[in-house]
Design a protein around this ligand. Structure first.
Ligand code: 2M8
Length: 447
């Protein structure tokens, strides 16, 4: 592994620095979205526990209440499925407005009794666990989650890799977290339209023009129907599902997660998990590197359609999350987001290339800037020693918060906030970064 621990006492000392209006606003968002053991992404639009939202929320809580931060990760893995999968949503039975609700997924239940969805989401939780451990260490709490995190990674690399490709097969656009990114368009066109459609409620909360289309929703629902029909047999889904994709961003986040779990398990003396996770990180990283094109970029592969999808989105920047990525790939990923690059914005990383015909600056994952993506690319850059690029991205993240507040996403040019207000990961990541101003000012690379 090329990147190691940057544990630094300074971060703890600085946790309450920068207590300005923005920090206070961000804290308010987390508190308002707190459901006790987890944080909803946004009140109204997203009233359940979402996987990568929750993992990132833990980082925000670390700056307010470290115990609450560990609880967030505990509650995330508490809803794991018997297969080891940590679902993309763990449902709150009292929140009945979100569609599709639990009944659309069949009878899936997590270990803690909550109803869950049948798909997963980008596995950033182990990375967040490591970062938490570095900043607010708690051996007991960390030990309580490493086995579940290892089981989830194992699930992704077994049930979801029937062909032994070394990367997990994602089976739904929702699983990638970038729901309507244009790289899924062609595959979605072949996906079944649901026989029974749920009534959309998302468009009652936010501008319908900025959300995915009804046609995409009909196919998202069709894929859920198909999964239900297959009894959520995950191996089968990865073998024969209508939507089967290698997503380099998901793969890179998994490689990072495995490396971080290896590190964390090593700290805890959990040698078997450390060893297995280290090998997994190597294997996923090697699979991604082997697919890099002559420029170093790694593209999605539409397994059901039998073709690579060469459309530039933030996925090509997110590959920088993978440790041991060849230098050419790190360069290529960071060139895309550097000033003047096709994914660049003063406010962060565009979700879709400005040069793509589908680029739409206000439409969800088809152009706007998202705080989580900017932050994850910064993390990857920093871990590859590209501290200049990392601090530049973090500066843009601060500009995002200045221009759009704590919104879900923003127009990359005007900075106008879009989507839900009071969005959890925007707040959490702003807090996390505000917690280390001295280290940043000195150009150090501590996280
Ligand atoms: C969005 O996805 C959900 C479905 O999972 C939705 O649109 O209803 C995505 O932005 C996803 O990445 C995110 O985790 C979720 C909650 O914030 O919302």
């Amino acid at each position: 592994m090329r990147y190691g621990s940057h544990m630094d006492d300074e971060r703890i000392r600085d946790d309450h620095a920068g207590d300005d209006t923005a920090v206070r606003a961000a804290r308010e968002v987390l508190r308002a979205n707190d459901r006790g053991r987890y944080t909803v992404p946004a009140r109204g639009l997203y009233p359940h526990q979402w996987n990568w939202d929750s993992a990132l929320a833990a980082l925000g809580w670390a700056t307010i209440d470290p115990d609450r931060a560990w609880t967030e990760l505990e509650s995330l893995v508490a809803a794991r499925h018997a297969t080891g999968m940590v679902a993309h949503i763990a449902f709150d039975p009292t929140a009945t407005t979100y569609q599709p609700g639990p009944q659309w997924w069949g009878d899936l239940v997590g270990a803690d009794g909550r109803r869950i969805s049948g798909i997963s989401q980008p596995p950033v939780a182990a990375t967040c666990a490591r970062l938490l451990f570095e900043r607010v260490p708690d051996e007991h709490r960390a030990r309580g989650i490493v086995t579940a995190l290892a089981a989830w990674h194992r699930f992704l690399l077994t049930e979801r890799d029937p062909g032994g490709l070394g990367e997990p097969v994602v089976v739904h656009p929702w699983e990638t977290g970038r729901d309507n990114a244009p790289e899924w368009d062609a595959a979605l066109e072949r996906a079944p339209v649901a026989g029974e459609l749920f009534r959309r409620v998302d468009t009652g909360f936010v501008d319908a023009a900025h959300r995915p289309t009804d046609d995409h929703y009909a196919r998202y629902a069709g894929l859920v129907e198909e999964g239900r029909y297959l009894g959520w047999n995950q191996l089968r889904l990865a073998q024969v599902g209508s939507f089967r994709m290698l997503d380099p961003a998901f793969g890179a986040m998994l490689a990072a997660g495995c490396a971080d779990l290896a590190w964390l398990a090593g700290e805890l003396g959990e040698a078997a998990i450390a060893d297995a996770s280290w090998h997994q990180a190597q294997a996923v990283g090697a699979a991604l590197a082997a697919r890099a094109d002559s420029d170093g970029l790694v593209w999605p592969v539409d397994l059901a359609g039998g073709s690579e999808v060469a459309r530039t989105t933030c996925a090509q920047a997110l590959i920088v999350m993978a440790p041991d990525l060849p230098r050419a790939s790190v360069d290529a990923a960071l060139d895309l987001v550097a000033p003047g690059g096709e994914l660049a914005s003063d406010l962060g990383v565009c979700s879709t290339s400005r040069l793509d015909a589908a680029f739409a600056p206000d439409t969800y994952w088809r152009g706007p800037v998202w705080a989580n993506v900017t932050w994850l690319v910064a993390l990857g850059a920093e871990r590859h020693g590209r501290t200049g690029a990392a601090s530049d991205l973090l500066e843009r993240l601060r500009r995002f918060a200045g221009a759009a507040g704590m919104r879900e996403y923003a127009n990359p040019d005007s900075g106008e906030g879009r989507g839900a207000d009071d969005f959890t990961w925007t707040a959490a990541l702003s807090l996390w970064e505000a917690g280390r101003p001295a280290a940043r000012a000195q150009g150090q690379t501590t996280r």
